[in-house]
Design a protein around this ligand. Sequence first.
Ligand SMILES: Nc1ncnc2c1ncn2[C@@H]1O[C@H](COP(=O)(O)OP(=O)(O)OP(=O)(O)O)[C@@H](O)[C@H]1O
Ligand SMILES: O=C(O)c1ccc[n+]([C@@H]2O[C@H](COP(=O)([O-])O)[C@@H](O)[C@H]2O)c1
Length: 196
Amino acid sequence: MMAGLKSDTLTPGLRVGLYGGSFNPPHEGHRHVAQTALKRLQLDRVWWLVSPGNPLKDDAPAPLDARMDAVRRLAPGPRHVISSIEAQLGAGYTIDLLRHLQARHPGVRFVWIMGADGLGELHRWKDWREIIARIPLAVIARASAGPDPRFSRAAKALRQHRLPESQARALADRGAPGWTYLTEPLHPHASRLMRG
Ligand SMILES: Nc1ncnc2c1ncn2[C@@H]1O[C@H](COP(=O)(O)OP(=O)(O)OP(=O)(O)O)[C@@H](O)[C@H]1O
Ligand SMILES: O=C(O)c1ccc[n+]([C@@H]2O[C@H](COP(=O)([O-])O)[C@@H](O)[C@H]2O)c1
């Protein structure tokens, strides 16, 4: 596994999945998401972006260094890059990070990776319409008792831009706006269950 983004060579055309999370703590469900996206989207890399904190969550997570160490132990191989770039940049919101990365690496084909619950909440993120105009989304199904995220505000805004999952490998090259929903298998783990 690579130490961080500085050691990653970002050549134009590279397909890079951005997997943002609190990872408080990381678990097998996260590994499932990262591996599923890597394989189904035929990505060259997945960058695990260990967030300083989710702006929509009230409780502060465990210290960043501890979460970074735990993600390093979990991440499954050399295509997985672990990063605290948001903290390094002082980026409080995902949109800040995307603006930075896309300006700095114009030839790289970024995809945002998220669980289905994230899609259900996306319309509460800062500048979410700019986010979906900037980066395609790979959404990994997750069991939930709530409303189906495929009918959320963000999904509705993207309804004409959905790629069938059989074509997921084309998502990174097609770019934004676009999304795909990867339906199986479901993985039951959640950080809140581990925090007790
Ligand atoms: N089992 C899972 N299946 C699909 N997506 C998942 C799963 N676990 C986490 N994710 C996704 O991974 C990203 C990071 O998740 P996060 O670190 O918040 O973990 P979590 O288990 O959802 O945490 P919490 O239980 O505290 O809400 C989010 O996009 C989330 O939807
Ligand atoms: O930018 C926002 O407004 C925003 C709001 C909520 C969540 N996010 C990001 O979404 C990612 C997943 O967060 P979490 O806490 O569900 O793991 C993580 O990278 C957060 O920084 C971003």
